[in-house]
Design a protein around this ligand. Structure first.
Ligand code: AR6
Length: 186
């Protein structure tokens, strides 16, 4: 597994290429939609790997609290995953950039880190939220995500964040963004 690690305040940020459902971290983040009922992309992969108890838990949450607003986050157990927890968040749909997309994307990362802190977790892995079906331009998403994650690590919300990318091409884009936002450790 390709790993690039960066020291950030008291913590660490890693860039890896992997299927997020295979990672042994305290929590993985799901790029969900407000219904929490599953879907394609990383959401579909997480529901398949976590098993049917995940859908039941998600539907319970929506029955109790309503659909999850864009930029918010909520946690469930990881069920059949190696990760003990899943933090579900909803990134923005890209609508040209004039509809608060960067603010909402930053909120999805920040609220996920706050959910991890509330559970007392040490390590969290994120997919590239909104960079697939939701169409967010990857270079801009990477810069926004990395700035938000850097702040979360500086605030010691968690000790280690992994950005889990799904292709070598995506890794190249995120490495370039990291070079300008973070300090390389390896
Ligand atoms: N592990 C890591 N990353 C993955 C994986 C995986 N197994 N599978 C895909 N990716 P997307 P979004 C990457 O579309 O843009 C769903 O239907 C993928 O290459 O999963 O936030 C939801 O239900 C891309 O870079 O999420 C929503 O309706 C990134 O994950 C909607 O899509 C995000 O792509 C959310 O769209």
């Amino acid at each position: 597994m390709t790993v690039h690690a960066f020291a950030v305040g008291p913590g660490r940020l890693r860039l890896v290429v992997a299927d997020i459902t295979t990672l042994s971290v305290d929590a993985i983040v799901n790029a969900a939609n407000p219904s929490l009922a599953g879907g394609g992309g990383v959401d579909g992969a997480i529901h398949r790997a976590a098993g049917p108890r995940l859908l039941a838990a998600c539907l319970d949450i929506v029955r109790g609290s309503g659909p999850l607003p864009t930029g918010q986050a909520v946690a469930t157990p990881g069920f059949d995953l190696p990760a003990a927890h899943i933090i579900h968040t909803v990134g923005p749909v890209w609508r040209g950039g004039g509809h608060d997309e960067p603010i909402l994307l930053a909120s999805a990362y920040r609220q996920s880190l706050l959910a991890a802190k509330a559970l007392g977790l040490g390590s969290v892995a994120f997919p590239a939220i909104s960079c697939g079906a939701y169409g967010f331009p990857v270079e801009q998403a990477a810069a926004t995500a990395l700035r938000t994650l850097r702040q979360g690590l500086m605030d010691a919300l968690v000790a280690e964040v992994t950005m889990c990318l799904f292709s070598g091409r995506a890794l190249d884009v995120w490495r370039e963004a990291a070079a300008s936002v973070l300090r390389d450790e390896t």
